[in-house]
Write a protein that binds this ligand. Structure first.
Ligand code: GTP
Ligand code: MG
Ligand code: ZN
Length: 312
């Protein structure tokens, strides 16, 4: 029996690396379903596993260590099945773009709330800034201001640009850590990873000329070692996030809404219709952004209707 970390999931089998650096292709034996939710992949990239290698070269994962955290998404619209994008991550880099494709603020807010629920810190990366004209550039600055005022780290970059001054800070932030790279298809996740690890040469593809959306070029999550230590996890582009695991505490996962809610008249205020609601007052005074409040309401609504909405 040996121990290793799952670095790639290709559907039917998993690539596991051991501390001595060898890579073994493993299948799964036994049942590793998470309690409470159905998952399409019982073992995820980032899992620490025990495996048994047989004389004939085959190998089987026989146990998974308890996960520190994991990020899941719904397998598809209205699906009850969830897909674990990665487990045991130190942080997530959410890559977004304002053009080709346009990432909606609802998508950003759902991702941030999901990560908040799993206690995963998020760095927001606004990519493709080279495509923006002066007016769009102002919009990008407004998005940066909105999220940094809530307390998130925000970077504006161009992964294909000549200037490497945006790349150095990301290398510094990711060194020695396991970072999940997530975002809509086509925003430039794989391009950014190629920039950070030049020897990789991951497949990237142009966004559709008619729909201005990505082509889902990356189809499986994969973990790539960083030259200076740590890993980057490239993931397939996601369309939306379900509202699993939020429970009654949706407001907990919107930092500025939660901070304000202590001043609401009623302790169980849902910030929708109650008198004396400090959150709604703050929205009216533009202290809480309308887009953030709208995202909060959309999660409440989904939870009440028990369904998954898309696309964002
Ligand atoms: N103009 C411009 N294009 C970029 C930038 N970053 C990435 N692209 C292009 O955007 C397209 C999509 O990039 P990918 O890296 O494949 O996107 P992805 O997020 O990995 O997409 P999926 O694997 O489908 O989820 C490619 O044609 C890239 O060359 C950027 O900063 N500026
Ligand atoms: Mg990709
Ligand atoms: Zn309230």
């Amino acid at each position: 029996m040996s121990k290793g970390i799952v670095i790639k999931n290709t559907g039917s089998s998993y690539q596991v690396t051991t501390p001595d650096g060898s890579a073994i292709n493993c299948k799964v034996k036994g049942n590793f379903r998470l309690k409470g939710i159905r998952t399409t992949n019982p073992v995820a990239v980032g899992d620490v596993v025990t495996f048994t290698a047989n004389a004939d070269g085959s190998a089987y994962i026989t146990a998974i260590e308890p996960r520190r955290n994991y990020i899941i998404r719904r397998a598809s619209n209205l699906s009850k099945e969830a897909h674990i994008l990665a487990a045991n991550v130190d942080q997530a880099l959410l890559v977004v773009s304002l053009k080709e494709p346009l990432t909606s603020t609802t998508f950003i807010d759902r991702f941030l709330a999901t990560a908040e629920a799993y206690s995963v810190p998020v760095i927001l990366i606004i990519n493709k800034t080279d495509l923006l004209d002066a007016e769009e550039r102002e919009l990008a600055e407004a998005v940066r201001h909105l999220y940094s005022s809530i307390g998130y780290e925000v970077l504006l970059i161009s992964a294909t640009g000549d200037h490497s001054d945006a790349i150095a800070p990301i290398l510094a932030m990711t060194r020695g850590k396991i970072s999940l790279i997530s975002g809509n298809s086509g925003v430039g996740k794989s391009t950014l990873i190629n920039r950070l690890i030049p020897s990789l040469n991951l497949r990237t593809a142009q966004v559709s000329a008619t729909h201005h959306t990505g082509m889902h070029t990356t189809t499986f999550s994969e973990m790539h070692p960083l030259p200076g230590g740590g890993y980057l996890i490239d993931t397939p582009g996601v369309k939306g996030f379900g509202t699993v695991d939020f429970g009654d505490d949706v407001a907990h996962y919107f930092r500025e809404i939660f901070a304000c809610s202590s001043r609401c008249k009623y302790g169980n205020c849902t910030h929708t219709h109650e008198p004396g609601c400090a959150v709604r007052e703050a929205v009216e005074r533009h202290e809480i952004s309308e887009s953030r409040y709208a995202s909060y309401l959309s999660i409440l609504q989904d939870r009440d209707e028990g369904k998954y909405r898309k696309p964002f």
